[in-house]
Design a protein around this ligand. Sequence first.
Ligand code: AMP
Ligand code: MG
Length: 479
Amino acid sequence: MIDFDNTYSTLPESFYVEATPESVSNPVLLDFNREFASEGLGLNLDTTSDAELAALFTGQILPKSASPISLAYAGHQFGHFVPQLGDGRAHLIGEIVSPAGKRYDIQLKGSGQTPFSRRGDGKSALGPVVREYIVSEAMHFLGVPTTRALAAATTGDLVYREEPLPGAIFTRVASSHIRIGTFEYFAARHDPVSLRLLLDYSIDRHYPEIKDEENRSLCFLERVAHGHAAMVAHWLSLGFIHGVMNTDNMSISGETIDYGPCAFIDNFALDTVFSSIDRYGRYSYKNQIDIAIWNLSRLASCLVPLVHDDQKTAVSMLEEAINGYAHVYEEKRIEMMRRKLGLFGSHPEDESLIRDWLHYLEDGDRDFTLSFRKLGEAPEELVNNAFLTEFLLKWEKRRGNQAKDLQQSRDLMNSVNPVFIPRNHHVERAIQAAMEGDLSIFQDMNHFLRKPYVEQSKFESYKNPPKPHERIQATFCGT
Ligand code: AMP
Ligand code: MG
């Protein structure tokens, strides 16, 4: 059925606990990502019935080679350290190696209690499953490194939140589930042996090219920094707000992981926050770079015993490294934004040009996605004012000075400025309809978001920002 090839479960038992998914009353398949399953993962499930797929992706049947475990990790949640979190509602069923030779984790989320559940029920409601499915797949097709959705199924059981809700299980595929918080788990236990093992395993799995470097921990930190810098720059370029950038939600692979109260900006404002639990705006749009650097510092502090035998020397080496990487995050952001403005090469004034454009958007409460797209295709249709006039003058001059012609500039813009994003009000509609048994919005969104940079007249209505009464005030977490 699925041939797993597990490595994490061969690590010492301090890294995880063996745990099996709970049984559910009536597993029903919501969606199965067939193309990704066969082409991306090389799974042979073409003749498997929907009922069998539902049983498989709710953990009711486990292939022989499966080795279900829940991973141990710690994490800083909203700045506060929690020494033990772990997979409280997830089971890593096993790993597979794709036809391209890439190793993936197959994980069920919402599959019942584990020894890490603390007071939680280990379950997931249908809403967060629908959200993670739509948004993580959209992110992939938008070009952002991300975990993928393999399947979703309802359980037939109720999940009790503020009200009873239909339960569901999401099957997530990740290049691993090692988080900054996994390092923090062993660092907090003063266990350098496990830390070293985790570092070796992480390097083997994600950054084998640095295996023989002299100071592997520093090289590792640098790789993670570059991955996160590119990932967050990508988020910012699309108006994506992750919402819970706790260190337990930051993968060391540089993939976006743990789609909870995440959402895309409609009308642009630097301070935007969607998450209902982020009361102080710690994870607002504009804070995402600073937080990513803060998170990296948490990883750095775990590496102290691995960097140098002398603690003081280790700390100063790590501090120097962090200071050295900090600018990379902003540079990556500028790089992405330059492309969105159709600019080739780099010019010292680019940063202020980008700022002017964002200021025009924020000042007029304008839609982030549509405005970028319009700037490339029909700038004359933008609402004109003094900010825009000044911006356009500078922008046209900058574009006039580059070797590439206008068409190349436009092509570049259209390749990075999407027509479609999973707008939050549509995601909410998809969730509401799914709760009433209607999957059409969910399916539509999964369909058009496969080609986010291409106009699709049939789905025209999904392009638009919400009308005032459609605006979503707060987005709720996955729990
Ligand atoms: P999150 O903020 O969703 O990344 O989750 C943070 C921590 O809470 C992780 O350790 C999760 O496993 C745990 N958790 C979240 N929801 C539940 C739940 N319903 N039952 C048990 N543990 C949960
Ligand atoms: Mg999490």
